[in-house]
Design a protein around this ligand. Structure first.
Ligand SMILES: *Cc1c(COP(=O)(O)O)cnc(C)c1O
Length: 360
């Protein structure tokens, strides 16, 4: 009799972040200023027909909106139920028995889950080593290389020319490079425009962060038509809801420049938060995203104590090359003030105390 499910699948747990309600939630990097107003308006005015009928099979309006925004052909755009869905579909399309997803780490916590769900292994190369030599990611069993820029959870931005060095080293038969630009809106640099003409590069974007539409679940990816077609096949039809698609299209058009305002406010508050943390003796990592990673002594303990004071952050234990750290989303200053007050309230500081502890 066949075993259900296969042992490596059974060994995987469900994704279970701490999502208990809290007054100030700085744990998931969503847009704390709220949703894109044009998308919100579209949802309020949705017709009954939009609910009762199926969406378009492959989200053609959304593909067209992305294509128009970056002056691309629609055949170079894939879509999905969040960019998570596109990651999952890409790994499924890339699967080969014995294959691995290689990535510089630490990185996005969903990567090992999506890789293993799709029967792939994971090979994490420490960032410091991969930054020096991208060829370390290109072992023969790598079916895909995942790179996140700016990286979650560190906020780090790739050095100039690094992606080219990786693509060149991989050559025409190298693995697909999956570049996750979930936070590129905040960084102000992106590989989207050149992805259609760059063989073996797929660039992923989401409307969950800068656009404030995490509740909708809309993501997209840009690459060569041959790559995009395989990802779309793997993802399957009807994955972006009709109302979600209409709202996302209006947000992408962004005639009032709402997203640029969010990006400016985020950068201002990120710098101010970093300064406040440094005053308290912490050393937040340089970030190009809408969050700061702050090394601490005991991430889980600190997170629990902040939660008692109504503030949620995301704890990370034993990150490669960093150790324990908490990740703090950047939003309106009133929320960050609540975080700093809670931090002061639990007596946390980054300077070692009399016993040489400190950091939490
Ligand atoms: C938030 C995030 C995403 C976005 O996921 P969606 O499914 O589009 O909401 C993708 N990648 C990274 C690294 C993220 O942090």
């Amino acid at each position: 009799m066949n075993e259900f499910p296969r042992p490596d699948y059974r060994a995987l747990g469900p994704y279970a972040p701490d999502r208990r309600p809290v007054a100030v939630d700085l744990s998931d990097n969503t847009n704390l200023w709220g949703p894109h107003p044009a998308a919100h308006e579209a949802l309020r005015e949705a017709s009954g027909e939009a609910l009762a009928r199926y969406p378009s099979v492959y989200a053609d309006d959304l593909r067209a909106a992305v294509a128009a925004k970056w002056s691309l052909a629609p055949s170079t755009v894939a879509t999905g139920c969040g960019s998570d869905d596109i990651l999952d579909s890409t790994f499924r399309a890339a699967h080969r028995p014995g294959g691995v997803v290689a990535c510089p780490g630490p990185t996005f916590s969903m990567i090992p889950i999506f890789a293993r769900m799709n029967g792939l292994g994971v090979r994490e190369i420490p960032w410091e080593e991969a930054r020096e030599d991208p060829r370390l990611l290109l072992t023969g069993d790598a079916v895909a290389v995942y790179v996140c820029d700016p990286n979650n959870p560190t906020g780090a931005h790739l050095p100039e020319g690094w992606i080219d060095a990786l693509l060149d080293a991989g050559g025409p038969r190298g693995p697909l490079v999956v570049l996750d630009e979930a936070y590129a809106d905040f960084a102000g640099s992106s590989e989207v425009s050149r992805a259609p003409d760059t063989a073996r590069l797929l660039v992923l974007r989401t409307l969950s962060k800068a656009y404030g539409l995490a509740g909708l679940r809309v993501g997209f990816a840009v690459g060569a038509p041959e790559v995009v077609a395989e990802v779309e096949k793997s993802r399957g039809p009807y994955k972006v809801g009709r109302i979600d698609e209409a709202a996302a299209v209006l947000a992408l058009e962004d005639p009032e420049g709402w997203v640029a305002g969010i990006v400016t406010a985020t950068r201002t508050n990120r710098a101010r938060l970093a300064e406040e943390l440094e005053h308290r003796g912490f050393a937040p990592r340089p970030s190009r995203a809408n969050f700061l990673l702050v090394p601490v002594d005991d991430a889980r303990g600190l997170t629990a104590r902040l939660r008692e004071r109504g503030v949620a952050v995301r704890p990370f234990s034993g990150l490669t090359g960093i150790g324990d750290a908490v990740r703090v989303s950047v939003g309106p200053w009133s929320m960050l003030e609540r975080f700093l007050d809670a931090l002061d309230g639990v007596g946390a500081s980054g300077t070692p105390g009399p016993e040489g502890g400190g950091g939490n």
